[in-house]
Design a protein around this ligand. Structure first.
Ligand SMILES: [Zn+2]
Length: 54
């Protein structure tokens, strides 16, 4: 458990949890507040999580 996995419901732009987000900058989105991830993004993250656990 050394790698931090992105939680499925983290920001759609940068992957930071809503709890600790405030304002963040990414090259794609620029300055932004927490944005809900797309449905497909959530699924993808859940799959990545499951793959890591196995
Ligand atoms: Zn973000």
């Amino acid at each position: 458990m050394t790698t931090r996995s992105v939680s499925p419901n983290a920001c759609g732009h940068c992957g930071i949890d809503q709890h600790g987000h405030a304002q963040q900058w990414t090259t794609e989105a620029g300055w932004h507040t927490w944005t809900p991830p797309a449905q497909g993004q959530i699924k993808q993250r859940m799959r990545a999580r499951t793959a890591k656990e196995n």
